[in-house]
Design a protein around this ligand. Structure first.
Ligand SMILES: [Zn+2]
Length: 306
């Protein structure tokens, strides 16, 4: 089992206003904990390439991409929605973030590594086909999933999303594609005010009430995710790995701790080992409390290593 990490210094170029939660320090906090935990010693590092226009167009419309790529032609900064800011370095950071997942998919599909973690920002799972939203410009995990489907020739993959917020963009992009199983758990009702409960078909949405913690998460995963994953038998697993459900993170009212992320990651690894040759691509989404973010990523990666 080998573990690779993909990132790029350009992901720090996305500078937001001082009060914005998505800071470049998030990636430094992860790096600090990888060093402190000793995981850094066994990691294989890769630099994220820039995603190509063709790779983005598998999940985003040409009109949306034209707009984003030229947004700053006549201005220095712009708010794409109430939470999502674009500054001069943002586009490059977003291109690296999506490019990282392309590279990660290639690495696991070529059997060069079994598990690859993309330490990138801005995050992606709120970005819809035609719309930036909730800190997200390009839907990184969806771009990687579409690349995998193109490369795998229509085989099946699963996207697992445990960010505290519902991944509305990912659901929108793959709603009509039952080659993609999406298993999500998230605080509900909460931002982005969608994500209806769904326990059948290829969209499995397990809402968690405000205040829910590990017990509720585990019950939902055991009752709804695992039986569906076993039936579906994914040949690749991608993870939207958001750690803002940690009890130290103010961005949600969930009460998860490192042990919960470790347990969840063990379950995902067991499915990947059984059906997907162990192939897992995990992509950072949320997680804004720096200390718990670093510790949670370490717990996640140690469990994926086994
Ligand atoms: Zn989130």
């Amino acid at each position: 089992m080998t573990l690779a990490l993909i990132s790029h210094p350009d992901c720090a170029l996305h500078q937001t206003v001082s009060y914005h939660p998505d800071t470049a320090e998030r990636l430094s906090a992860i790096q600090d904990q990888l060093l402190a935990s000793g995981l850094e010693m066994i990691l294989h590092h890769y630099q994220a390439p820039l995603v190509t226009r063709e790779q983005l167009e598998r999940v985003h419309s040409a009109d949306y991409l034209d707009d984003i790529f030229h947004k700053l032609d006549t201005q220095d900064q712009v708010w794409l929605d109430a939470d999502t800011m674009m500054m001069p370095g943002t586009l490059t950071a977003a291109q690296r973030a999506a490019g990282a997942v392309i590279e990660a998919v290639d690495l696991v599909m070529q059997d060069r590594h079994q598990v690859v973690f993309c330490a990138v920002r801005p995050p992606g799972h709120h970005a819809e086909r035609d719309r930036a939203m909730g800190f997200c410009l390009f839907n990184n995990v969806a771009v990687g999933a579409a690349h995998a489907l193109a490369k795998m020739g229509g085989r099946k993959l699963a996207i697992i999303d445990f960010d505290a917020h519902f991944g509305n963009g990912t659901e929108q992009i793959f709603r009509d594609n039952d080659d993609v199983l999406i298993c999500s758990c998230f605080q509900h009702p909460y931002y982005p005010d969608c994500g209806e409960p769904s326990y059948e078909g290829h969209i499995i949405n397990v809402p968690l009430a405000a205040g829910a913690g590990g017990a509720e998460l585990r019950a939902g995963v055991q009752q709804h995710w695992l039986p569906t994953l076993t039936r579906f038998q994914p040949e690749l697993i991608l993870i939207s790995a958001g750690f803002d459900g940690h009890r130290e993170d103010d961005m949600s009212e969930l009460n998860l701790v490192e042990d919960d992320y470790a347990w969840l990651s063990e379950q995902i690894k067991a499915v990947a080992d059984q059906y997907a040759g162990g192939r897992i691509v995990s992509v950072l989404e949320g997680g804004y409390a720096l200390s718990s973010l670093g510790r949670s990523v370490v717990a996640h990666l140690k469990a994926l290593l086994g």
